[in-house]
Write a protein that binds this ligand. Structure first.
Ligand code: GS8
Length: 219
C-alpha cells in the first residue's frame, strides 16, 4: 500500500518550507493542505493538540509535529535517497546544534527586527548580524553547512532567506555588505529545485509583514 502523506501548512511559514524542501529532496509525493492559523481546522487541532502550530506532517494517519523533528523523521523514513543528516554521530550532534541555533537565535533576533521598534529593534538587528557572522564562519569555504552536500543545517536555515528582504528593509541594512558569503550560499541553495520551488517570493512575504504590522499597530 502506498504511503499517505499530508502536509498541513501556512504558506509564508519558514518552518513549513523546511518540510517542503525535505519532501522534495526525497521525492515524496504528498497532499498539501493550506491551514488558516486564525481559524484552525478540526484536522489541524486533532493533529497538533499540544502546540496547535503548523507545520504538521501526517504519515499514514500519524501526525508528526515541530519542523526540525519532521525533517529528521522524513530523513529516517525515506532513507534511500538524499541523506540529510551526517552519518557520524559527532557530526550529527553538530548539525542538531546549528539547526537549534537557527530556531533560537536567527528566528528570534529576526522577529525583533520585524515586529519591534527603537532600541529593541536595534538590539535585534545587532544580534541578527552577529548570528549571520557566526554562521558565515561556520560555513567557511564549504559549499553547504554539511560539507559537499546539501543537508539538515541548510534546510533549517534556507527558508529564512525569503525573509532577508523584509529584515533588510525593516532594519535598514544590507546582508550582501555585511555577510557576502551567506548570500553566495543562498544563491547556491536556490539553484536546487527542491529549494527554489519551496521558498516564497520575498516581496510577497514583505507585503504580508506590512499587513501584520498594520494589524498589530506596529507602524
Ligand atoms: C514553530 C512553528 C510555528 O511557529 C516549528 O514547527 O519549527 N518551532 C515550530 N508555526 C506558526 C506559524 S509560522 O510562524 C503557527 O502555527 N502559529 C499558530 C499559532 O501560534 O496559533
Amino acid at each position: 500500500m502506498a504511503d499517505e502523506v499530508i502536509l498541513l501548512n501556512f504558506w509564508p511559514s519558514p518552518f513549513g518550507m523546511r518540510v517542503k524542501i525535505a519532501l522534495a529532496e526525497k521525492g515524496v509525493e504528498y497532499e498539501y493542505k493550506e491551514e488558516n492559523i486564525r481559524e484552525k481546522s478540526t484536522l489541524f487541532l486533532k493533529s497538533n493538540p499540544v502546540q496547535k502550530k503548523i507545520p504538521v506532517l501526517i504519515h499514514n494517519g500519524k501526525p508528526v509535529c515541530e519542523s526540525l523533528i519532521i525533517v529528521e523523521y522524513i530523513d529516517e523514513v525515506w532513507n534511500e535517497k538524499s541523506p540529510l543528516m551526517p552519518k557520524d554521530p559527532y557530526e550529527r550532534a553538530k548539525a542538531r546544534f546549528w539547526a537549534n541555533f537557527m530556531e533560537k537565535k536567527i528566528h528570534d533576533s529576526g522577529s525583533r527586527i520585524l515586529w519591534k521598534k527603537g532600541e529593541a529593534q536595534d538590539e535585534g538587528k545587532k544580534e541578527f548580524l552577529d548570528c549571520l557572522r557566526l554562521l558565515q564562519g561556520e560555513l567557511g569555504e564549504k559549499p553547504y553547512f554539511n560539507g559537499d552536500t546539501f543537508g539538515f543545517v541548510d534546510i533549517s536555515f534556507i527558508p529564512f532567506a525569503c525573509l532577508f528582504y523584509s529584515y533588510e528593509t525593516c532594519g535598514n541594512f544590507s546582508i550582501e555588505e555585511e555577510c557576502p558569503k551567506i548570500l553566495a550560499w543562498v544563491k547556491r541553495c536556490m539553484e536546487k529545485e527542491s529549494v527554489s520551488k519551496s521558498l516564497q517570493d520575498p516581496q510577497k512575504i514583505y507585503e504580508l509583514v506590512g499587513v501584520f504590522k498594520k494589524l498589530n499597530g506596529i507602524e
